[in-house]
Design a protein around this ligand. Structure first.
Ligand SMILES: Cc1cc2nc3c(=O)[nH]c(=O)nc-3n(C[C@H](O)[C@H](O)[C@H](O)COP(=O)(O)OP(=O)(O)OC[C@H]3O[C@@H](n4cnc5c(N)ncnc54)[C@H](O)[C@@H]3O)c2cc1C
Length: 351
């Protein structure tokens, strides 16, 4: 079991958690960031890395994956330590002496920041398919498009009827050999304008819509997908050639252990005091999608602002005698990358 210690332990490496590293660092504190996923970026990296985001201030358009990269670079000034690929399982202790545990790490921290978003995401799977695992292993069945170039020139089945399926149908239609959309209902729960674009592409022969229809069977050998058998509501079967299936049934957020940490957990959200981002447990703060208060708007930019508020609260816990003064980055500057003793240098390490 590897032991680490830090000032601020951040649970969740989504955009809120990544910007928290910067805000805590700007205030003078070292961070360790823990995430269940093997990569940083939260929903942006796991669900839509190649989609453009239009509502990040000063970025008229930025790919989600690019935003994650920039946040990571911005955080580097404060040399965070990342512990990825394992969910945080437990939280014990009190302010200035908290203890977080994953399956193979123990992190001692003065303050805990929960930036867990919608929880640990696991894709909803088509449970009726018996041989799913073989095709998952060979990446013939995917649950998110993380590299759209890998689908270029292929015949792709998109299963689902929400924003993800419809957005990707429109986006992939121009680069794939053909796109099939399979949805168990006739109406789509997606933005009307995008549904219309999809209908237009279907009318132009670029997309084939199969509704109301479900995936019934995957056919292929050694993980190489050749055909997909579809079933309509009357169990009538139809076979289509396809090389990839992207299941866009959404991700089931799994709260993990947070519900048992005495935080007033309510329907997947943690109530916080908006003035401090403090939860009902002293020294445990919460930001981003996970944090809830009256009037909350769960957007990326909201999490950024909440990180600044939380950093101020970190100061009041770590150095109660220190007086808070707004500092401008233009005046103070940030350390050159590599100049700060991050968590790994300043006390954290393998015991
Ligand atoms: C398709 C789609 C498009 C979107 N488009 C926009 C948009 O255009 N603009 C916008 O502002 N927002 C958009 N959003 C919403 C945006 O993605 C979220 O508001 C944002 O991701 C929230 O960031 P976060 O850091 O709070 O949480 P998340 O991004 O959800 O990250 C939380 C992280 O915490 C980790 N975690 C949770 N529990 C644990 C645990 N116990 N142990 C370890 N790790 C844990 C998770 O694995 C995850 O990586 C979109 C969302 C989707 C799904």
């Amino acid at each position: 079991m590897a032991h680490f210690e830090t000032d601020v332990a951040i649970v969740g490496a989504g955009p809120s958690g990544l910007f928290m590293v910067f805000e805590a660092g700007f205030m003078g504190y070292r961070s360790i960031v823990l995430d269940a996923l093997p990569q940083v970026g939260g929903q942006l990296a796991a669900l839509y890395p190649e989609k453009p985001i239009y509502d990040i201030p000063a970025h008229p358009s930025i790919l989600a994956g690019e935003l994650v990269e920039k946040l990571k670079v911005q955080a580097e000034a404060y040399a965070p330590h990342y512990l990825l690929g394992e969910p945080v399982l437990s939280l014990e202790g009190a302010p200035r002496e908290f203890m977080l545990r994953t399956a193979s790490h123990v992190v001692a921290a003065k303050v805990i920041i929960l930036a867990g978003g919608g929880g640990v995401f696991t894709p909803r799977k088509p449970t009726q398919l018996t041989n799913l695992e073989t095709f998952e292993d060979s990446c013939a069945v995917l649950y998110a498009v993380t590299n759209k170039k890998a689908l270029a020139g292929k015949t792709v089945v998109l299963a689902g009827g929400g924003d993800s399926a419809v957005d990707w149908a429109v986006e992939l239609a121009s680069m794939c050999a053909h796109v099939h959309v399979v949805h168990r209902r006739t109406d789509f729960r997606a933005a009307a304008a995008t549904v219309q674009q999809m209908m237009d592409l279907a009318a132009a022969g670029k997309i084939t819509l199969h509704t109301p229809t479900q995936l019934h069977e995957l056919v292929g050998e050694n993980g190489i997908l050749q055909r997909v058998i579809l079933a309509d509501n009357d169990e009538k079967l139809k076979e289509i050639n396809a090389e990839r299936v992207v299941c866009c049934f959404g991700m089931a957020p799994n709260a993990g252990p947070l519900g048992s940490w005495g935080l007033g957990w309510d329907k997947g959200k943690v109530p916080v005091d908006r003035a401090t981002m403090g939860t009902s447990r002293k020294g445990v703060l919460c930001i981003g999608d996970l944090a809830d208060y009256e009037g909350k708007v769960a957007l990326i930019l909201t999490g950024f602002a909440e990180a600044a508020v939380a950093a101020k609260t970190c100061m009041s816990i770590i150095e109660p005698e220190r007086k808070f003064k707004v500092q401008y980055s233009t005046s103070k500057g940030v350390p050159a990358v590599g100049a700060t003793g991050g968590a790994a240098d300043a006390g954290a390490g393998v015991a």
